[in-house]
Design a protein around this ligand. Structure first.
Ligand SMILES: [Zn+2]
Length: 249
């Protein structure tokens, strides 16, 4: 329930922040008729189902995305709780999941990550990382730093190559997001996050091209895959580390 409520808030953030609108006022309203929504219209998931996806006042369709985001956020919160248990990492991972969801929605819907979304995200993660280090919870300042540089550097390299051959493969927002997930998971786990992201992105693009849903040369909404790689690594980082050390030795 907490996750679903957060999902509801993330919808508002993803709708308003890229347009530089306040996230507190005006209150939630219909995109079509502008009618201010009442409490009974604002119950996450339930209101959407009761109203059959239509505005109570004008009948215009409510974007399905709002319900999907609420459900996915709720499911990811439950998953994080189930995997990590109640410990100090849980609220940090939940906050990271929220940031990754907003970045994914923005990239999927607008095709790029505007600075007003990506820079504050990096700022929040940077502050949390510093707090973790100062509190002695995660004293790995070098790991976080190298994680950021590795994540940023890997995608910056791809971005440079793409620029040289004059093809748009990823946007600069994706490069910054590479740094962001590196900061979240640290080094060497950033490599696992990138591996999962590139694998999932690649497989999805191949599938979409085969199904003729995607034309090559179209930029890939890569934030979603980066976010997926980061979530997998945040939840199963320890298992992945063990697996890597097992393979290396
Ligand atoms: Zn309406």
């Amino acid at each position: 329930m907490i996750g679903i409520s957060f999902g509801s808030f993330l919808n508002v953030v993803a709708d308003r922040v890229p347009q530089r609108k306040s996230i507190v006022s005006p209150p939630s309203h219909c995109f079509n008729c502008g009618h201010v929504l009442e409490a009974r219209d604002l119950i996450p998931v339930v209101s959407y189902l009761v109203l059959k996806g239509r505005c109570r006042y004008c009948g215009a369709g409510i974007p399905l995305r709002s319900m999907l985001v609420e459900l996915i956020t709720g499911l990811l919160f439950v998953l994080a709780w189930a995997v990590l248990g109640l410990q100090w990492q849980l609220p940090v991972v939940l906050l990271y999941i929220c940031i990754l969801i907003v970045l994914s929605i923005t990239d999927l819907e607008s095709g790029f990550l505007p600075g007003i979304i990506i820079y504050p995200s990096i700022g929040i993660v940077l502050i949390i990382t510093l707090v973790k280090i100062l509190a002695g919870l995660s004293p790995d300042i070098i790991g976080a730093g190298i994680g950021f540089i590795a994540g940023f550097g890997f995608f910056f390299l791809i971005w440079c190559i793409a620029w040289l051959i004059k093809k748009v493969v990823i946007g600069f927002g994706d490069v910054l997001m590479g740094g962001l997930i590196g900061l979240m998971v640290g080094f060497p786990l950033v490599a696992a996050a990138i591996y999962v992201a590139v694998l999932m992105g690649g497989l999805t693009v191949i599938l979409m091209v085969i199904l003729k849903l995607w034309k090559l040369n179209q930029p890939i909404p890569f934030a979603l895959f980066l976010a997926s790689g980061a979530v997998v690594t945040l939840l199963w980082g320890r298992e992945i580390s063990n697996l890597i050390s097992l393979l290396v030795t």
